[in-house]
Write a protein that binds this ligand. Sequence first.
Ligand code: AR6
Length: 185
Amino acid sequence: MEVEINRSTLTLMRGDITKQKRDAIVNAANGTLLGGGGVDGAIHRAAGPELLEECKRLRKEVLKGEMLPTGDAVITKGYLLPAQYVIHTVGPVWQGGDQKEKELLANCYKNALGLASEKGLQSISFPSISTGVYRFPIELASKTALSTIIGFLKKHPFGKVVMTLFSEEDYHTYQSSLEELIKEI
Ligand code: AR6
């Protein structure tokens, strides 16, 4: 499914984000930036060990040894990936909904898009941040992700934004949410 917003396109597709040739793909990382399971593990495996080396340097030099805060985003090269850059962001762990999870998830999308825009990038692919190990309910996550992306594009034309959904079921959830949201555009 594809919609046009303010001279930009927002596309939903099923697939593996590590195979995508974009200016940047987004990693659903954790604050250590040292890799993990899920999409984070897949991105590190496909990018090769130099990605971990850059993440370690970034932790030490830019973050002064601290964790990357939830909702923030940083950028590295893509190394062996077809994508040129990886934007690492940390989604919130779902704790029932009263710990600002929705706002923090929206910040992930906003900050990743802001960083990509600042760098002059024109295409970006997101996975469904926080809806795996971090257990954020997919329906609320899809509405939050899509409304944040649409809000951003309305203010800043970007190029191509792709939401890459790993399962058919996730794809359908995002599709229903996007159909609802575009009625309001
Ligand atoms: N391409 C696209 N989507 C994928 C891929 C892939 N190759 N692999 C998995 N997904 P998760 P989180 C989907 O758990 O919930 C890690 O250990 C997956 O089906 O990867 O933000 C990190 O280090 C799901 O829909 O991320 C953190 O510790 C979505 O990606 C923690 O998990 C996100 O699931 C982050 O948890």
